[in-house]
Design a binder for this molecule. Structure first.
Ligand code: ATP
Length: 363
């Protein structure tokens, strides 16, 4: 196993804007690190730089404590699992998994190869399928074969490039759990690229959020959710997304488009001295007022719910405002029907320490 250190990494293709722009990141030995961001943010390029499939324009890449900028991919002792699995169609599952071991000629006896392949197949529940060809496997099984091939190599780190994006939603959830279990069991340093925030939030010890080649924030999933450093991260993490509301600060009151809310404690310190801010409120801070007491530091307002989204265990309301952004709120009472007019209701908006006061960037 190995730590991976990225020091001011830059990748330029031609004269354009850098695809990776001065990214520094310390990935600890055994850590599960996620690289996440929208299409084109540079996450795959960064992964390919680590594995050695892209040259590094400037900066240093260290694996263990060794600078590997100029080391060939095969000498970096990393195992990469690609989105399209990259299996050999004419080889059986056994031979696909054994492939990297046979490639290092003479290093492993056939007995060792057999033992390693069976070990990996056991871990991935592939034992029954070892004689099959990839064409006769399901998407999830193919994905497991690709992981098996990474496991047998005893690599210092695993690199995953959107490994689940070709699978249907149910299988994706299942494979996500398997990858998490496997990583915990092997304790191997893992770098995992995805654009899916659920994968990012559920798999990673830490998540690095990228935008236009620039690292925005690297933190634990909880910290990203509770303390996003800017509007981009705040809007990218969380579903439904955080509401961004223009607000004025007047003394110890935050004037939102639909309610005046008292600010106290840590939030009061953060808004002190500011006049106009963007208030970032997660949908769960705006709720219907029909249940329970009004918490301290909350304000009520009257709203017309235009649409609801029922997700089984929770329900969200969509509240349009004529001149201001629409708001996503959470409904405590489930399965309430709307008629053509929408639903008029009292809502509570509650600011607490996790509400954000964010200042502009170019989301
Ligand atoms: P996606 O999720 O769509 O795969 P990504 O975040 O992985 O996107 P990259 O594939 O790393 O993004 O691309 C980052 C930027 O670099 C993009 O603007 C892309 O067009 C550009 N880029 C990637 N590969 C090359 C290349 N070989 N030549 C020129 N530009 C490239």
């Amino acid at each position: 196993m190995s730590s991976i250190e990225l020091k001011n990494l830059v990748k330029k293709y031609g004269d354009g804007f850098p695809a990776v722009n001065d990214v520094s990141l310390d990935i600890a030995d055994g850590e599960f690190m996620i690289l996440v961001g929208p299409s084109g943010c540079g996450k795959s390029t960064l992964l390919r730089m680590i594995v050695g499939l892209e040259d590094i324009t400037s900066g240093d890449l260290l694996i263990g404590d060794k600078r590997v900028n100029d080391l060939a991919p095969r000498d970096r002792h990393l195992a990469m699992v690609f989105q399209n699995y990259a299996l050999y169609p004419h080889l059986t599952v056994f031979d696909n998994i054994a492939f990297p071991l046979r490639l290092s000629k003479g290093k492993h006896t056939e007995e060792e190869i057999k033992a390693k392949v069976h070990d990996a197949a056991g871990m991935l529940e592939l034992e029954e399928h070892l004689d099959r060809k990839p064409a006769n496997l399901s998407g999830g099984q193919r994905q497991r074969v690709a992981m098996g091939r990474a496991i047998v190599r005893d690599a210092d780190a695993f690199l995953f490039d959107e490994p689940l994006s070709n699978l249907d939603a149910k299988l994706r959830g299942q494979m996500r759990t398997e990858i998490a279990r496997m990583q915990r069991r092997l304790g191997v340093t893992t770098v995992y690229v995805t654009h899916d925030q659920t994968e990012a939030m559920t798999l990673g010890d830490r998540v690095a959020v990228l935008k236009k080649g620039i690292l925005q924030q690297c933190a634990s999933p909880r910290e990203l959710y509770d303390q996003p450093v800017n509007l981009f991260v705040a809007g990218f993490i969380g579903s439904p997304p955080m509401n961004f509301l223009p607000a004025r600060v007047e003394g110890s009151t935050l004037k939102l488009p639909f309610a005046d809310v008292p600010v106290t404690g840590e939030l009061a310190q953060r808004v002190s001295g500011l006049e106009v801010v963007i208030a970032g409120l997660r949908p769960e801070y705006i709720k219907d007022a029909t249940l329970g007491d009004q918490p301290q530091g909350a304000a009520t307002f009257s709203a017309v719910v235009d649409q609801t989204e029922w997700l089984g265990n929770e329900q969200y309301a969509y509240i349009p405002f004529e001149t201001d952004p629409s708001v996503h709120a959470q409904l405590e009472e489930l399965e309430r029907d709307l008629d053509g007019e929408g639903m008029r209701t009292q809502m509570i908006v509650n600011l607490d320490a996790r509400s954000r006061v964010l200042e502009g960037d170019d989301t």
